[in-house]
Ligand binder design. Sequence first.
Ligand code: SF4
Ligand code: SF4
Length: 168
Amino acid sequence: MTREAPVPNNESITLCGACGGACCRTRPGIEAPGRFLATPDPAGALRDLLASGLWVLDTHYGVPYDPGKGERGDPDRIILYPRPATRAEQAAESIFALPGAGECVFLRDDGCALSFADRPRACQALEPAADGECSSSWTRFDAAPAWLPHQEAVAAALDRLGRAYPFP
Ligand code: SF4
Ligand code: SF4
């Protein structure tokens, strides 16, 4: 399996520079599974990111669904997916998300330290808008079903770090 189709670079230095990174100061964007699945050892790639202290696993409660399409949700299912850590999470050396908003560890005075290609998919998918009403074509509601089939890889990454998957 390969990484998801690249998101066209929609960076706006003008809009995001003027804004100062409001999105990056509240909650870092979620990464899609493709980055890991494209490697020979997805669980190892995820383990390495978590071990860096710069990434954490965030928690999604319930499987998103569209009743209009006849889909059924599972409100009890818990899904873990990775995103860059906040500065507080990095300071706490946590590999799990902590409650509350926080600034992304990759945010610098001149913007994101990562190249556009290396940013999490949720960051790439954010479309800047002059009025601050920035939209996104890939959110946590897309991340949850994308990561649902790969929870075993998440559990394997945790196991290699000596940590247990925290949910039944
Ligand atoms: S995407 Fe929107 S919220 Fe984020 S830095 Fe750019 S203008 Fe600000
Ligand atoms: S990875 Fe970059 S674009 Fe994404 S939240 Fe962090 S600083 Fe912002």
